[in-house]
Design a protein around this ligand. Sequence first.
Ligand code: SF4
Ligand code: SF4
Length: 59
Amino acid sequence: MPTKIDLSKCSKCGTCIEVCPEEVYDEADDGAPINARNDNCTDCGICVEECPEECIELV
Ligand code: SF4
Ligand code: SF4
């Protein structure tokens, strides 16, 4: 199951990139997360819980 990020609320803190055990996210040049490997997502929910802006959801 992939994740969806509301980049309008993202503070580009990098937390989701760091905590994802499946390395789903890459980091864009401006620091924003990119769903580069959504097929690897195991629906663990860690990034959803750890995002300080609450802008990631499982879809
Ligand atoms: S739900 Fe888990 S596996 Fe999926 S992107 Fe978030 S941290 Fe990674
Ligand atoms: S954890 Fe949330 S606020 Fe931080 S970079 Fe990821 S999506 Fe943006």
